[in-house]
Design a protein around this ligand. Structure first.
Ligand SMILES: Nc1ncnc2c1ncn2[C@@H]1O[C@H](COP(=O)(O)OP(=O)(O)OP(=O)(O)O)[C@@H](O)[C@H]1O
Ligand SMILES: [Mg+2]
Length: 346
């Protein structure tokens, strides 16, 4: 019989008994008169030497199976697409919520930093009043003296010049304090800025190199190549490093060694900078105060005592760390002082 859709007409009236293998019913695959592969099913008619058989082209059967396969593929892809779209919509929603939360927290963090900065500036104010009062009072005093000396019949120009030099020095000291504080309080918000530490150090030493040379300070640099850039704008990083370098240079008036070492600490995702000098070191009493605003061991008029305080605040603001060890209280440094700054790269 042909397939039912062609009217199920009889195509053959004989089948080989060998094909039925003498069984009452069965199924086998063969090639028909057209040379097409067919699947045949047969069963014996009870009480007669007859078999009834139906067959169908293999291609037709396979086609049906393939159709089922295609349908499964179609519905599979459709389901995957729906799941994907749903997942995309849900994850985009979550990402948007997280993004706005992140922005909010960033804003909050910025405000906290600003408040902290203002609070530390508040602490500074009392010190500032005192610090500015001294050079101002001195400048006033020496100007008055110079004025009186100028009114005398016999004017000693050299003495007046000396008085005025003192006035200039005192005003310079006052303006230095103000400039440092202005730098510090400026609202810098360079969110995405990144800086190459090695490049900044090399640039800095190009400027300070000749000064070191004339002070008989030997400079050694051991900079790790290919380090990632750190978070922070170049001017802030340079200001921090300049403060540390000038302190080291000032600690070695009779010469010595100044060495730099940079390294990327992968596990911490931080760049570590070491600045080491062979100066006299820092005593325990001084060590306790070095990060305090206006603390200085320099002579009146030569330092503001703001360098380390401001550097420490700036490093902290960038999520980094500024530490110090000195030969006077640590074995780690043979003689002198070692400042370590760590900056995050992410
Ligand atoms: N490398 C160092 N070796 C020895 N002492 C240091 C070193 N760095 C800092 N100090 C001590 O810490 C003090 C505070 O340093 P800081 O940079 O804050 O102010 P300053 O250097 O005195 O003034 P300014 O930075 O305005 O020139 C210094 O006066 C000095 O006594
Ligand atoms: Mg200093």
């Amino acid at each position: 019989m042909s397939a039912s859709r062609f009217g199920a007409k009889a195509l053959e009236d004989r089948i080989s008994m060998a094909q039925t293998k003498g069984l009452p019913q069965g199924l086998y695959e063969t090639t028909d008169y057209r040379g097409e592969r067919v699947l045949q099913a047969y069963w014996k008619v009870e009480g007669f030497p007859w078999y009834v058989m139906a067959d169908q082209d293999m291609a037709e059967i396979l086609n049906r199976i393939q159709k089922v396969g295609r349908d499964a593929l179609f519905y599979g892809i459709l389901t995957a697409l729906i799941v994907f779209c749903l997942a995309f919509m849900v994850s985009t929603g979550i990402v948007n919520i997280l993004k706005s939360k992140y922005r909010y927290e960033k804003e909050l963090e910025f405000q906290v930093i600003q408040k902290e900065k203002l609070a530390s500036l508040g602490l500074l104010t009392s010190g500032l009043a005192h610090e500015l009062n001294t050079p101002l009072a001195n400048a006033l005093l020496y100007t008055q003296i110079a004025k009186e000396e100028l009114e005398e019949p016999e004017i000693k120009l050299k003495t007046v010049q000396d008085r005025l030099s003192t006035v200039v020095g005192e005003i310079h000291q006052g303006s230095m304090i103000i400039r440092n504080l202005l730098d510090f309080s400026r609202h810098s918000r360079h969110d995405g800025d990144k800086t190459d530490v090695n490049e900044t150090l090399e640039k800095l030493m190009k400027i300070a190199g000749s000064h070191c040379e004339s002070n008989r300070i030997a400079v050694k640099m051991k900079l790790q190549k290919g380090m990632p850039k750190i978070i922070g704008d170049a001017s802030t990083i340079q200001a921090i490093l300049t403060n540390l370098v000038s302190n080291a240079v000032e600690a070695m008036p009779d010469g010595g060694n100044l060495s730099f070492k940079t390294r990327y600490v992968k596990v911490l995702k931080k760049v570590k900078i070491e600045i080491r000098d062979t100066g006299p070191g820092i005593s325990k009493q001084v060590m306790a105060k070095i990060f305090t605003p206006f603390f200085t061991t320099k002579q009146q008029g030569s330092g503001t005592g703001l360098g380390l305080f401001i550097s420490h605040e700036m490093v902290r603001k960038l999520g980094g760390d500024l530490r110090v060890v000195s030969s006077t209280h640590a074995e780690a440094v043979k003689t002198g002082t070692l400042f370590t700054v760590e900056f995050p790269v992410e």
